[in-house]
Design a protein around this ligand. Structure first.
Ligand code: PLP
Length: 358
């Protein structure tokens, strides 16, 4: 299976069995008739198992499903960190991760994704996010994993922006992958879900046990929807990346746009490292317009770009991050290129930008 291409792998993550429907129906049981291996809905669900097998195979480890990306991240932190431990987190990564560790009885060291990174001596866990959300900076996962391991630390990578098809942190030396599958993995802006993957069977068991005790379990219907979405991940990412590349080409010299970032662009400062460690680039770009008003005007004039937080869906969306408290300029936006026709999207974005007050 691992020799197959991405498209084949995600399509066939839904097994086709002779005489059976394509893809099994969701199992909603809270309690089971005893006699099989499933007893109760908090530890046991066949619909989760199917998606965990699919995501684990793509990540190269064992996956444990959670009801959101934050549930996955908070469970990993709870399992790995004891009071007084030191954790390294990205200063420019997903903001709720910083909110979460700030509330824990641990020492927090914030480092920008692009570095420089301090010594990892005495650190318990290094949490990386590459590409980072919203700045799309990239760090060298393999080099940092080697340094962290030499210092005695474990390495977790938030792989949300890349997806399991875009990057395999476990192969690069990370111990743990965390992901918000709410974004491109489920991909249709209708599900919250997350997962943890690790090649360490003992650690996977601890994370699974923490889920059972903590009670942060995913809904079977959400797992089923995400598994259905996963089947088209290769197709969706391909179109999104094509659209992002076309948008990059017209935005890079546009007078209304500053600070354009997309790791897939040869000119991007992160491209060199990104090209080495990523298998493909996604559809998320970041750039700056003059002000919050300029962003509002752009969205108003566009017919195709919707103001919306989150990313990775079918629709092209744009999110002004300062409104959520990210420490970024007022006009900074993260744009998630959707699956629209490239020519339509480029024409719409240029029209919305070309307004005299734009
Ligand atoms: C969205 C996001 C999360 C949180 O995921 P939820 O599914 O919303 O809980 C974590 N990390 C990154 C990088 C994200 O983009």
């Amino acid at each position: 299976m691992s020799e197959w291409g991405d498209g084949t792998r995600v399509v066939h993550s839904v097994p086709a069995v002779a005489g059976e429907p394509f893809g099994s129906s969701p199992v909603f049981a809270s309690a089971y008739h005893l006699g099989g291996s499933d007893t109760y809905g908090r530890p046991h669900n066949a619909t989760w198992r199917a998606l965990e097998a699919a995501l684990g195979a793509l990540d190269g480890g064992e996956a444990v499903l959670f009801p959101s990306g934050m549930a996955a991240i908070s469970t990993v932190l709870r399992v790995l960190l004891a009071p007084g431990d030191t954790v390294v987190v990205p200063s420019d990564g997903y903001y709720l991760t910083r909110t979460l560790v700030a509330e824990m009885p641990v020492k927090v060291v914030e480092v920008p994704t692009a570095g420089p990174y301090p010594s990892f001596e005495g650190v318990r866990l290094v949490l990386l996010e590459s590409p980072s959300n919203p700045g799309l900076d990239v760090c060298d996962i393999a080099a940092l994993a080697e340094r962290a391991h030499a210092g005695g630390a474990l390495v977790a990578v938030d792989n949300t922006t890349a997806t399991p098809l875009g990057q395999r942190p476990l192969e690069l030396g990370a111990d743990i992958v965390v992901s918000s599958d709410t974004k491109a993995v489920a991909g249709h802006s209708d599900v919250l879900l997350g997962h943890v993957s690790t090649a360490d069977a003992g650690l996977a068991e601890k994370v699974r046990a923490a889920r059972t005790v903590g009670g942060a379990i995913p809904g079977p219907f959400e797992a089923w929807l995400a598994h259905r979405g996963l089947g088209t991940l290769d197709l969706r990412l391909a179109r999104q990346a094509e659209n992002a590349a076309a948008l990059y080409a017209v935005l890079k010299d546009h007078p209304a746009v500053r600070g354009l970032r997309w790791p897939g662009a040869v000119e991007d400062p992160a491209h060199e490292v990104a090209r080495r460690q990523m298998r493909r680039f996604g559809g998320v770009l970041t750039f700056e317009l003059a002000s919050a008003e300029a962003v509002a005007g752009f969205v108003e004039r566009s017919e195709l770009v919707a103001a919306s937080t989150s990313f990775g869906g079918l629709h092209t969306t744009l999110d002004r991050r300062a409104q959520w408290g990210d420490p970024v300029p007022e006009g900074l936006v993260r744009m998630s290129a959707g699956c629209e026709d490239t020519a339509d999207l480029v024409a719409d974005v240029l029209k919305a930008l070309d307004h005299p007050e734009g």
